[in-house]
Design a protein around this ligand. Structure first.
Ligand SMILES: Cc1cc2nc3c(=O)[nH]c(=O)nc-3n(C[C@H](O)[C@H](O)[C@H](O)COP(=O)(O)OP(=O)(O)OC[C@H]3O[C@@H](n4cnc5c(N)ncnc54)[C@H](O)[C@@H]3O)c2cc1C
Length: 353
């Protein structure tokens, strides 16, 4: 008997499946094998964001859980997935410099912030007209390698199927079934494609397309992540990734000339040299963002055997490890889900589905 049929092998489905398998459940993960948001994502974790330098909600809980999970996976697969690297936040105005200065005096922010450098201090050849700030406890997840290791692990455990699920093939009566599998529950982790899910499409998703570039260059660069409104990750001495655009209008996964131009223009503001680097990859995908900026987790109000684990928006790498543990506790031990992520808050939208 299969306990959980998980639909989608992005970061959400993968880490939830891993968690449930570790706790002794029989799980099958189904994925259509197409490139997904997780594989395209930069995997950045940045606790302090925005022009006002605000700490992400619950980062003090989410970040230790994420680091713990990624280091446990690194031990298991004998390779590093989470690369911790400081981030230099390059101010774009004098008010950013002032806002950041205020945070430095706040003890809640201290663990995440390093030195602030005023106008005049530079970072190599980069333009830093308003100074910059060093952020700590930042880094990025090598999501693509992690997902490919987990896929191999699921296959070896007889827990993986490649298929594009047609929702009409899921039978609820007399008992839950898809093809030859009769699971106790189905957990949907389809990323932005949940907007097509007949049971959960009523949830207020707000998908956001993003594009990202990989460039090859010959410049001297510090081994630090840069954040100048957009971000830059040095992958090695000659390759960087830059991103990402935010587009709420065109919700397809095609790369665009405009996306490329916007990213390169932003880069040229801090480094005209780098913006002429050679383009070696250009990717696009859709973030599963939600209108209330909180994840969508929990069971369907009328069909308790159907559940969702989704809505991690632009912060999957930070949020998914803690939430997969929290959801597994709810599924296996009946621990109540936290109100902020529980889809109960939107039940009235799902009742007629
Ligand atoms: C350009 C870009 C940059 C990003 N940068 C960051 C970042 O720096 N840091 C960060 O934390 N997050 C980032 N994100 C967001 C991150 O990608 C998401 O938070 C996270 O990957 C969502 O994972 P998921 O598993 O929910 O969705 P997905 O990764 O989209 O996975 C869903 C899976 O379900 C499968 N699926 C869907 N429907 C079906 C079906 N009917 N049958 C079978 N399979 C199905 C899909 O093929 C896919 O494999 C970025 C996203 C983009 C697009």
């Amino acid at each position: 008997m299969i306990d959980y049929l998980i639909i989608g092998q992005g970061l959400a489905g993968s880490l939830l499946a891993w968690e449930l398998i570790q706790r002794g459940c029989k799980v099958v993960v189904v994925d259509n094998g197409r490139e997904n948001a997780s594989q395209v994502a930069a995997g950045l974790i940045n606790p302090i964001t925005g022009m006002r330098f605000v700490k992400s909600t619950d980062v003090d809980t989410l970040l230790p859980a994420a680091k713990h999970r990624y280091s446990q996976l690194a031990d298991f697969f004998q390779q590093a997935f989470y690369i911790e690297k400081p981030m230099l936040r390059i101010f774009r105005s004098e008010s950013e410099f002032t806002n950041a200065g205020k945070r430095l005096n706040n003890p809640d922010y201290r663990p995440y912030l390093g030195d602030i450098r005023p106008l005049g201090d530079g970072i190599g050849h980069l333009a830093t007209p308003f100074g910059f700030l060093e952020q700590r406890q930042t880094g990025y997840l090598l999501t693509r390698s992690l997902l490919s290791c987990l896929k191999a692990y699921f296959i070896a455990n007889d827990s993986y199927r490649q298929a594009d699920i047609d929702y009409r093939d899921i039978r609820l009566q007399p008992s839950l079934r898809w093809q030859d599998i009769a699971p106790r529950r189905i957990i949907f982790c389809e990323g932005y494609r949940a907007t097509q899910n007949p049971w959960f499409c009523g949830l207020p998703f707000q998908p956001v397309k993003g594009e990202i570039l990989t460039l090859e260059h010959q410049a001297e660069l510090a081994d630090k992540i840069l954040n100048y409104g957009n971000w830059l990750i040095p992958l090695n001495d000659h390759q960087i990734r830059i991103g990402a655009t935010f587009d709420r209008e065109s919700l397809d996964t095609r790369i665009t000339e405009q996306g490329k131009i916007d990213l390169l223009n932003a880069l040229s503001q801090i480094s005209p040299t780098l913006s002429h680097a050679t383009l070696i990859n250009h990717q696009a995908n859709i973030r599963p963002c939600t209108q209330d900026r909180q994840p969508f987790i929990g069971s369907h109000p009328r069909h308790k055997q159907l559940a969702i684990f989704n809505g991690f928006g632009a912060k999957g790498s930070l949020q998914i490890p803690w939430h997969s543990r929290h959801f597994a506790d709810a599924l296996l031990n009946g621990t109540p889900l936290s109100k902020t992520c529980n889809i109960e808050r939107h039940y009235e939208r799902l009742c007629h589905h």
